[in-house]
Design a protein around this ligand. Structure first.
Ligand code: 6R9
Length: 656
């Protein structure tokens, strides 16, 4: 054990949180882990009966006969929207506020469970009227809104499989997802409001469909958000016209537990994003359970997850988990820096939020903003309502953790650093606030029943104190079921033969020798994490080289970045002589905008370097590890003897 580990600061759970917590104290945590260890299926079956309302109870728990295509609770039937809405109304929470919606301009709307149920039923009836049925795919390209949540719930209600596409993705990305999913409908809005600006959505849907390959789409349903000018075609329907005439009740479609609730596209290490397919029963169980235990959710809590519904965090911890628990939650349309960087703190104060769940990149940028403009510092707001803080999306560095703990949490709120992925459906490694002593920068221990471990390339366990590959040894209820339309890629990506049937997360990690706590060290594949958004390097490379007039070749790597975690650096060989000075700046800008158009603004490279060539081995392979060093501004200490063209390194090290 290193001496550094002895001096690690440890934050035990505050007594006030331990008392009455759903999982109270480490003994209770260990007891749950032991229960899962002793009878894995029995443990999950017990929770599935406690946390999910089934139409037809399941009798089978795990079916591993076609591994790794695992099935959970397969003979049970349920409806996810029934579990999130009707259940709460039936149990007497009809008048409880489900959603406090705050618009970009600060306007607040409250929606009760009864109202949310009625809205969902109306939209579900509307979708049925337009011919959407069980198993159909519906793409949702919506702003953060009550209607966005309702659209997802309405799909769940009629058994349609939704695929939400983040509103920042370009027409090209949207088109690719519509085509891959074979969507029969797109639900969108005229425009979205972010930071005081109107941004088009419907126009991008039109453009996406215009690019071709979207013949499956029969209807585009449009929510009127801003009233901005949009073009209209015969396939378009206004949402309000469609739903206003619908009855406010709608019989749910009872689906099998394995029925695909949603697809969510995410970046992998090859060019094409993959449609991660999730189930209904197992997914809902973990969404409900983790929301309750990880955030120690109580009936009076005001829960706020700042994610967008376009990401998995918004699915599990906005649309499904909090509602399935009958919680009151905040849904926010805008951005953290508008009208100023005190917006989050102001909203916590105003709505008396008790649980706040955000991303390290947001925290880091708000720290910077508070330094630049002290009036936006959280100390100017009353954040006394907060009980629990959460972090998600990327590793949180100890300095940001300490700031979050002290200045947002007033030193009294545990921070749950939750490690999980689009593919895992919900939290996998996370502290439980009433049990786990916290160590800044560590996501601590597996959620009870999740068999996380660190192994080497051959699947052998690595002793604590050493780094390795993060795996999950046993299937779990909310796991990815397949990649839509590509079961082979699913097997290859997540269950490589060398790993003995363990789920490969794609992250590197280590466990400390003293506590066995996990620390995530980052992706081990060609996936970058920029502001908590997953971006495949190959995806950005293909976007760059698709500019066939300018670009001959491109290689993309990540570089550590103080605010965004990682930054995208692109090395580009043009079809014309290598530009310098103003010309280089201008072309770099053009390429940045090109990437924004191809994928979305989140994929814009921060730094573009031009070279006459890229560093390659004699067999023609691009040496990315050298590019990573150059991007970081490091001296090249690696062996470059296999390099075909060593002189190129110096050229690429020059910034524009
Ligand atoms: C939920 C989500 C998944 C990747 C994952 C890892 C990184 C997420 C983290 C974390 C360290 C945490 N990641 N949470 N790394 N600590 N608490 O973000 O899903 O968008 O699929 O990204 O994000 O690298 O593999 P997704």
């Amino acid at each position: 054990m290193s001496s550094a580990e002895h001096t690690t600061k440890v934050y035990p759970p505050p007594a006030s949180i331990v008392q009455g917590a759903h999982v109270s104290g480490m003994e209770a945590y260990r007891k749950l882990c032991a229960e899962a260890e002793a009878d894995y299926e029995g443990y999950w079956a017990r929770l599935a009966r406690e946390f999910v309302v089934w139409k037809k109870p399941f009798t089978k728990v795990l079916n591993a006969s076609d591994a790794p295509f695992y099935k959970w609770f397969e003979d049970g039937t349920l409806n996810v929207s029934y579990n999130c809405l009707d259940r709460n109304v039936e149990e007497g929470r009809g008048d409880k506020v489900a959603i406090i919606f705050e618009a970009d301009d600060g306007q607040v709307t409250r929606v009760t469970y009864r109202e949310l149920l009625e809205k969902t039923c109306r939209m579900a009836n509307g979708l049925r009227e337009l011919g959407v049925k069980k198993g159909d795919r519906v793409v949702i390209y919506m702003p953060m809104s009550v209607e966005g949540v309702v659209a997802m719930q309405a799909c769940a209600r009629i058994g349609a499989t939704h695929s939400v596409v983040f509103g920042g993705f370009s027409a090209q990305s949207l088109r690719d997802r519509i085509e891959d999913a074979g969507a029969v409908m797109v639900i969108t809005a005229d425009e979205q409001m972010r930071g005081g600006k109107q941004l088009p959505l419907k126009a991008i849907v039109d453009e996406a469909i215009g690019l071709g390959g979207c013949d499956s789409v029969r209807h585009v349903v449009v929510y009127r958000r801003t009233g901005g000018q949009i073009a209209w075609t015969s396939r378009d329907r206004w949402l309000h016209e469609l739903v206003d005439k619908q009855p406010s009740t709608c019989e749910p479609e009872w689906v099998e537990a394995e029925h695909p609730l949603f697809l969510l596209y995410t970046s992998g290490s090859t060019g094409k994003p993959k449609g991660v397919q999730h189930s209904s029963g197992g997914y809902l169980l973990h969404a409900t359970l983790t929301t309750k235990w990880t955030f120690d959710l109580k009936p009076d809590d005001v829960f706020w997850c700042t994610a967008d519904i376009g990401w998995v965090t918004g699915h599990t911890y906005i649309t499904y988990g909090p509602l399935a628990n009958g919680a009151t939650e905040i849904v926010f349309e805008g951005v953290p820096t508008y009208p100023d960087a005190g917006r989050f703190w102001k909203m916590i104060q105003q709505h008396k939020a008790t649980i706040f769940y955000t991303a390290p990149t947001a925290i880091r940028s708000l720290i910077k903003a508070a330094e630049a403009n002290p009036s936006t510092h959280p100390r100017h707001y009353d954040l006394g309502s907060l009980r629990i803080l959460g972090s998600v999306g990327e590793p949180i560095n100890p300095a940001a953790w300490e700031w979050y703990h002290e200045h947002v949490g007033g030193g009294r709120c545990p921070i749950v650093d939750t490690w999980w992925q689009t593919e895992t459906g919900g939290h996998m490694i996370t502290p439980l606030p009433g049990a786990t002593p916290l160590v800044p920068g560590s996501c601590t221990l597996p959620f009870p029943g999740i068999m996380a471990a660190i192994v080497d390339e051959t699947g052998q366990d690595v002793p604590n104190g050493h780094g390795g590959i993060l795996v999950i040894k046993k299937p779990w209820p909310s796991m990815i079921r397949t990649i839509w339309g590509d079961p082979e890629r699913f097997k290859k990506s997540y269950y490589p033969a060398e790993l003995k049937g363990y789920y490969l997360a794609g992250d590197g990690a280590s466990r400390d020798a003293e506590r066995g706590y996990f620390t995530i060290t980052g992706r081990i594949d060609d996936v970058l994490n920029v502001s908590g958004h997953r971006m495949g390097t190959m995806e950005i490379e293909s976007a760059l080289v698709s500019h066939t007039e300018l670009v001959a070749e491109a290689a993309v790597v990540g570089r550590p970045d103080e605010t965004t975690g990682e930054a995208i650096v692109a090395f580009v060989v043009l079809k014309r002589p290598r530009p310098t000075g103003e010309e280089a700046k201008q072309i770099a800008n053009e390429l940045r905008n090109w990437v924004a158009k191809e994928i979305g603004p989140i994929a814009k490279p921060k730094d573009i370097r031009f070279g006459d060539n890229l560093p390659k081995t004699r067999s023609g392979k691009i040496m990315r590890r050298l590019l990573r060093s150059i991007a970081k501004g490091e001296a090249i200490t690696q062996d470059t003897s296999t390099l075909e063209n060593p002189a190129i390194l110096e050229q690429l090290a020059q910034t524009n």
